[in-house]
Design a protein around this ligand. Sequence first.
Ligand code: HEC
Length: 389
Amino acid sequence: MCAALALLLAPVLCAPWLARAANLPDLLGLHSARQIWLGACAACHGANGEGTPTYVAGFQQPDSFPQFNQCDQSADEYTRDYTEIIRDGGPARGFSQIMPAFGSVLTSAQINGLVALIRSFCTDHDTSWPPGELNPPRALITDKAFPENEWILTTDINAQRGRPAGIANEIESENTVGSTNEVDLSMPVDWVAQPGGGLYGGIGDVTTGFSHVFYQHLGNDLPLYGNTGSILALQGQVTWATGNAARRLGTGETQLGAYAMYDVILPHQLFLQLQPGGELPLHTYNLPRSVFLNTAFGGTFYQAPRYEGMGFGRQWSPMVEVTANRNLAPGAVTDWDVMPEFQVSLNRRQNIRADLGYLIPVNDTADRPRQVWFYIEWDWGDGGLFEGW
Ligand code: HEC
């Protein structure tokens, strides 16, 4: 009995050691993803991805140690990232070196099978958890549907000679609630040119918002790099008149806003993001109602990962945004802007990213200067600010 038990447990107990060994000839003999999992992964990750206690696994689990059966930890991850971690090991993505590299012992088909298996551990069979593949890169202006946990600091600076100076910052916090909701808080901190000359700085109009995903679809047509799909969310928000209107830091009026976010994931890592909406001032003393359409189109490409050297497969996403704004007042014109920009991941874990763009007003340029835009985005759901470099 005892011997039988020992035999049964052997693959599980030895897996960490096996995995660290240079080759795993036995593994290649195991066929299904489930068998490979039980033989090579379950010792550390648990039979169903729930993780094993420290005394069984034999190592201290890092804070970021995944529980694959928790949908809020696994659903929003990218298949691509999982694949690379399994192939190249934890350090390739800024994770612990306890997570071994399996690239030399598993075929890519076996790794794909393991990723699919990990995806099936999400126990909440409510299918509403949007998969990471529906989360395209964030644009500078256009908001997207995928619910996230992150902080974003956006800055834009007037950059046109002969125009008034001006710096606007926006600190934004996004937090998921359940699988398909997000609550937002954004606080502008601006330096605005004053009519009498000079700049005046302070807090602008704070916005609180709530969004919900109403539709999502991901085709499994081209696994890994080529998934196509779409996701739609609606957002309602209130912009509070917290900014000093006399100093031009705010509008002086509370406004209601509503918009849709519809993102289409196209083949070849291309994406299109659409955000139509409107703003409704609660009183219209001096502020007209307005409507807008923000759009972003772009694609992502990856530097080749060289996990033993310096490169980690940094991701680059060039995009162009086209935005249209129109006040609903007699004689108003539609203001068009174009912004070429690119986003790049800064750390190995790719959860800290930056975006740089140049906003070019197309028409009605008299009081709309060209601006340099920039953001830093920290997806804290994937790790701390100083982890994963
Ligand atoms: C020796 C223990 C060990 C073994 C064996 C092991 N892992 Fe891991 N794995 C870890 C640790 C520890 C982490 C988390 C690293 C961190 O958070 O810094 C991890 C992380 C991961 C991640 C990334 C999770 C995330 O949050 O993004 C994936 C995917 C993964 N492992 C899959 C596998 C698969 C598949 C196997 C088997 C082929 C396997 N692991 C075998 C210890 C192990």
